[in-house]
Design a protein around this ligand. Structure first.
Ligand code: BTN
Length: 260
């Protein structure tokens, strides 16, 4: 990603807030958080060509090789109750999937909650982070990382075989600015947190892409128990509803293992 392509992608997506580019940074989400704390407006997009301390979900790190990924974070200030924030990461997953398919022709799906996968390997990840003050959402930083031209050898041993990239999935050409523009346009079009219809619209679109639904999975419940069941549907805030015999369990956070 280059600064001028970032600026034109943001403008073409209909966003008039100037984006922030750095050749290298520790984490665009950390940078975006600092900017948001200093008052940066909604739709400030922070992107880089390389992260030296990229962060993933559940305290994991996120691997970067200069110029081989699309890595950016967006500042949002949604009028949503804190328990509904994860709707934004389901929305982001949908937009990453649709943009990757539209621009590269690669078949991409969602693994609950917000992994983006191709050929059952992880292609992209989404990290939602929020500032909650006095029970209200101050801001949300939506961090998105997509493996564009990473090769098998670029992934460290522990994730080799589990990760993939658009190039590894056979994308004939990969235009990072075009993918970014599609994602931002999709996000901006669908972002209506003030609307009563927003949660349903986001979850309906996400469910169409989610390969976890209908599968037997192993997961940890909100109460901390390890459970197995069939992922039957999504709850009102995107929780996974597991059915095992006559019992129904709600998994709100964490990750699942697909069993078959
Ligand atoms: C995950 O699947 O664990 C989430 C990965 C999120 C990575 C992106 S890259 C841009 C932004 N900055 C970060 O430090 N992390 C997110």
């Amino acid at each position: 990603m280059r600064q001028h392509s970032l600026e034109s992608a943001v403008r073409a997506a209909g966003i008039d807030v100037p984006p922030v580019f750095s050749e290298e940074t520790a984490s665009t989400s950390t940078d975006a958080r600092e900017l948001a704390e200093a008052g940066a407006p909604e739709w400030t997009v922070v992107a880089t060509n390389h992260q030296t301390g990229g962060r993933g979900r559940l305290g994991r790190s996120w691997v970067s090789v200069p110029g081989k990924l699309l890595q950016f974070s967006v500042v949002l200030r949604p009028a949503l109750p804190p328990q509904r924030i994860s709707l934004l990461s389901y929305l982001a997953a949908t937009e990453v999937i649709e943009a990757s398919s539209a621009t590269c022709g690669v078949e991409v799906r969602a693994k609950w909650p917000n992994d983006v996968v191709a050929s059952e390997r992880k292609l992209a990840g989404i990290l939602p982070e929020a500032l909650i003050e006095e029970g209200k959402v101050g801001f949300v930083i939506l961090g998105i990382g997509i493996n564009l031209s990473m090769g098998e050898e670029d992934f460290p041993g522990e994730i080799r075989g589990l990760a993939t990239s658009l190039a590894m999935e056979g994308a004939p050409t990969i235009d990072d600015a075009a993918i970014l523009q599609e994602i931002l346009r999709g996000l901006a079009d669908a972002y209506k947190p003030w609307s009563e219809a927003f949660p349903d619209a986001v979850l309906r679109a996400y469910a169409l892409h989610c390969v976890t639904l209908g599968r037997r999975v192993k997961a940890r419940t909100t109460a901390g128990d390890l459970v197995e069941g069939t992922a039957e549907r999504l709850g009102a805030n995107g929780e996974l509803v597991l059915v095992d015999g006559a019992s129904e369990l709600l998994v709100a956070f964490g990750e699942v293992e697909h069993l078959e």
